[in-house]
Design a protein around this ligand. Structure first.
Ligand code: IDP
Ligand code: MG
Length: 149
């Protein structure tokens, strides 16, 4: 089983999309291991987006992410990192497939509603930035026997 870090960005929170987004991951069969609504401090935004620190869009990105609360989640399941990336869709919502979260709910690359880790390595790193050890919950979900072979 794999865990991935997923975050509804401030535009998604303000637009009332938390429930819709959580529902999609639940319906897919993924298991919620932790969640928190939070106004992110600048240090953690810089840490999360450190690969983009020198890019021209970084100041705007950081201001957007800190413009309101984000909804932070850890989702668990078989191949969760890649599965969730496909569910959120392409970075630029104009190119995101219909049926994906960005393809259904966004239009602008600078307001693309959701973040998800892009590899198992970044998932481990990002979960470590936002969740304390022990904050994520290990439990058995009763539908596992019908979701997995
Ligand atoms: P990802 O979120 O699909 O992993 P990344 O390339 O890692 O995409 O970029 C991180 C975030 O930075 C994007 O989700 C988007 O919010 C923002 N971003 C990326 N490229 C641009 C851009 O060209 N203009 C404005 N914002 C951008
Ligand atoms: Mg990324």
């Amino acid at each position: 089983m794999e865990r991935t870090f997923v975050m509804v960005k401030p535009d998604g929170v303000q637009r009332g999309l938390i429930g819709e987004i959580v529902s999609r991951f639940e319906a897919r069969g993924l298991k919620l291991a932790g969640a928190r609504l939070e106004l992110l401090p600048e240090e953690r935004v810089i840490e999360q987006y450190r690969e983009h620190r020198e890019k021209p869009f970084f100041p705007g990105l950081a201001a957007y992410i800190m413009s309101g609360p984000c909804f932070l989640m850890a989702w668990e399941g078989k191949g969760a990192v890649a599965v969730v990336r496909r569910m959120i869709g392409a970075t630029n919502p104009a190119e995101a497939a219909p049926g994906s979260i960005r393809g259904d709910f966004a239009l602008d690359i600078g307001r693309n509603v959701i973040h998800a880790s892009d590899s198992p390595e970044s998932a481990a790193r990002e979960l470590g930035i936002h969740f304390a050890p022990g904050e994520l919950v290990d439990y058995k979900k009763i539908d596992e026997s019908v979701i997995y072979e």
